[in-house]
Design a protein around this ligand. Structure first.
Ligand code: KG4
Ligand code: ZN
Length: 338
């Protein structure tokens, strides 16, 4: 078979990313973040959409250049169809459609969640590593999602557990905001937690049925706890920041990992991975490694650059869809929810 080289576009939230993936190997993966949201304490959809418009052409241009690829080398274009912010998705979708039309090449729509999970199948040029075997269980944790996903093959996935309210990343970000961290707070909490005692404080853990998650109770418990302590000592947060971060992180990680262990026990699956922005968390990484030792899991942890939104994961998913002949028409529209 001739080689298959795919240009991939990701624009579901606040990162504009383009990648070139050839026969399952990534040749480039460019990400332009959007600093503008920092001062608003969260992603502002309208601003995100405008920034994608400004970024997309230079990012694609650079991705092609770094891959050493000409326009004529590209056999298909893959893009994130959703879920995500509609105004952001529209930019990537329109670009991909225009590119496919102009080059007369196939268009491939990609589910953002599936792509996060398939991050474990990305190979760098010349890299050889053991890939997950099916069935594969993956904990997908980001700012918008918290799910346990069962992958039966590259393209068949089922959600075994989902959050009934907030996502784990949201719990990090919202609790972090109260402590005075900027957006997103997850990475800063992670850093600060390494200097704190995770046993210093304890917060309410939810009791949710089956493999589902809940984080809104924890957020409220954290808020009320701080409100009461601040009444006694207005400097409380500043004095105990590291312990607060360590205790909060420990609680979130515990909720996530206990459900992942349960999912593995219930399904008998020991091919286990983590993915999404929160999978960068060092507490989560350490905890899943410990569980892997205990339960004999083959564990897959993504490299840091593949934890947050990136087009390489869209490209690898697009590659498997290409091999399977799954293409989209020019009438395809993005979907905020899939
Ligand atoms: O996957 P992602 O880039 O975007 C979404 O699809 O949501 O995830 C972003 C989320 C944010 O909530 C951010 O705070 C969180 O991932 N995050 C972390 C860490 N790095 C990113 N949370 C905890 N610890 C980290 N090291
Ligand atoms: Zn994502």
């Amino acid at each position: 078979m001739n080689s298959v080289t795919i240009l991939a576009i990701e624009s579901s939230c606040d990162d504009t990313s383009a990648a070139v993936v050839s026969d399952g190997y990534i040749l480039s993966n460019l990400i332009a973040g959007q600093e503008i949201h920092k001062s608003y304490g969260g992603v502002v959809p309208e601003l995100a959409s405008r920034a994608h418009q400004a970024n997309i052409v230079p990012v694609v241009h650079q991705a092609l250049k770094e891959a050493g690829a000409d326009l004529s080398d590209i056999n298909a274009v893959a893009f994130t169809r959703g879920p995500g912010l509609l105004g952001s998705l529209l930019v990537g979708t329109s670009f991909a459609k225009g590119f496919a039309l102009a080059r007369e090449i196939p268009l491939i729509d990609v589910n953002h969640l599936q792509a996060h999970v398939l991050v474990h199948f990305i190979l760098r040029k010349g890299e050889e590593k053991r890939l997950p075997q099916f069935p594969f269980l993956c904990l997908l944790v980001s700012g918008g999602h918290t799910r346990i996903i069962l992958l039966k093959s590259h393209l068949e996935m089922e959600t075994l557990g989902n959050t009934i309210d907030d996502a784990a990343g949201e719990a990090f970000d919202k609790c972090g905001k109260v402590m005075g961290f900027g957006y997103p707070a997850g990475p800063a909490i992670d850093k600060m937690a390494s200097r704190g005692d995770h046993k210093a404080f304890s917060f309410a853990k939810p009791s949710v049925k089956g493999l589902n998650f809940s984080f809104s109770g924890l957020k409220t418990s954290f808020l009320y706890f701080l409100r009461d302590r601040l009444k006694e000592d207005s400097e409380f947060i500043g004095k105990h920041k590291a312990d607060l971060c360590a205790s909060l992180q420990h609680t979130i990680v515990n909720i996530l990992v206990s459900k992942l262990v349960r999912a593995s026990e219930e399904t008998g699956i020991r091919e286990i991975g983590i993915a999404g922005g929160v999978s960068a968390n060092s507490g989560l990484r350490t905890a899943v490694k410990e569980e892997a030792e205990k339960h004999g899991w083959n564990l897959f942890i993504p490299e840091l650059s593949f934890t947050t939104d990136n087009a390489a994961m869209i490209g690898i998913t697009g590659y498997y869809k290409y091999l399977n002949g799954q293409f989209a028409g020019q009438d395809i529209v993005p979907l905020a929810r899939l």
